[in-house]
Design a protein around this ligand. Sequence first.
Ligand SMILES: NC(=O)c1ccc[n+]([C@@H]2O[C@H](COP(=O)([O-])OP(=O)(O)OC[C@H]3O[C@@H](n4cnc5c(N)ncnc54)[C@H](OP(=O)(O)O)[C@@H]3O)[C@@H](O)[C@H]2O)c1
Length: 284
Amino acid sequence: MNALPARAIELIHGTAGRPVTIPQLGFGTYKITPHDTETAVRAAIELGYRHIDTAQMYGNEAQVGKAIAGCGLPRDQLFITSKLNNTAHEPARARESFDATLRALGLEVLDLFLVHWPMALSGDLIGTWATMIEFLDSGRVRAIGVSNHQREHLETIIKATGVTPAVNQIEIHPYLTQEPLRTAHRQLGIVTQAWSPLGRGHLLRDPVIESVARATGHTSAQVVLRWHLQRGDVVFPKSVHPERIAENSQLFDFELDDDQLARISALNRDHRFGSHPDEVQGAK
Ligand SMILES: NC(=O)c1ccc[n+]([C@@H]2O[C@H](COP(=O)([O-])OP(=O)(O)OC[C@H]3O[C@@H](n4cnc5c(N)ncnc54)[C@H](OP(=O)(O)O)[C@@H]3O)[C@@H](O)[C@H]2O)c1
C-alpha cells in the first residue's frame, strides 16, 4: 500500500489540547452513490490517501465506514471528516445526528466535524456552534470547524463562544479564488479547506491551465491541485475512476513557479459552480 508524501497541517485545537494534524490532500465523496462509495474509498486508501471527506448529507457515511473497517490500516493513520446536516441544527437533533454519524462510520472518535452550511437566515449560528463545542468537549471528535461560513458568520460565533473553528471549508478553484475570505482565515487562525478544487471538472480545458500543464508535463487536474497545495489550502478531489484517483494524488514530484501560480490565480472571475451560502437555507 502506498503512502503519499502529503504535507500535514496542524489544526487549531483538539480535545484536551492534543494537537490535531490533517493531511493536506484528501479524498472527496460528494455525489458518490452509496453503491460506489466503498470501492472508491478503498481505492483511494490503497493509493495512499489518508484523509476522507464525507457528510451526513451525502448519504454514504455507512459505506465510507465499511471501507475504513476493511482497509486494514490502524485507525490513527486515517483522518475522517463528516458534517452536520442542514436539517439537524437544533441541539437535540444535532446530538442525535452526531451519534448516528459515529455509528454509520463505525468510529468511536471522529477526526473533524463541520457545520455544513451556516443557515444564517433561518437558523441559530451561535446555538449550533455551542452544540459543536459540546461534541468537542465530550472527546468524541478531535477538532470542530465550519463550512460555507462568511467572515461575519465566523466573527459572530467566535465572539459569542470564544472558540475558533479549526477550519472553514469553502468553494475554491481558479475561477473562485476567495482571497478576501482566505485573508480573514489567516487573520483569525483558521485553516482553509477548498471544496470543488477542480471546479467539478469544468475548468480543466481552460487554455491557461492547459498551457501550464504542457509546460510542466502534468495534467490539468494535477496543475490545479498543485496550485491549491502551494497556496497552503487543504483539498480533497473526488473521482470514481481509479486512474483519476491515482492521477489526483501524483502531485509531489513537481512545483509551479511564481509566474505559473500568478497566471492561474489571475483566472479568478468569482464564479461559483456550487451554491452561495445565502441561497442554502431551508428547515432548521
Ligand atoms: N462543504 C461543502 O459544502 C462541499 C460542497 C461540495 C463539495 N464538497 C467536498 O469537496 C469534494 C470535492 O468537490 P467536488 O466533488 O464537488 O468536485 P471536484 O473534486 O472539484 O471535481 C469532481 C469532478 O471532477 C471529475 N474529475 C476528478 N478528477 C478528475 C481528473 N483527474 N480529470 C478529469 N476530471 C476529473 C470527477 O469526475 P469522475 O468522478 O467521473 O472522475 C467529478 O465530476 C466533494 O467530493 C466533497 O467531499 C464539500
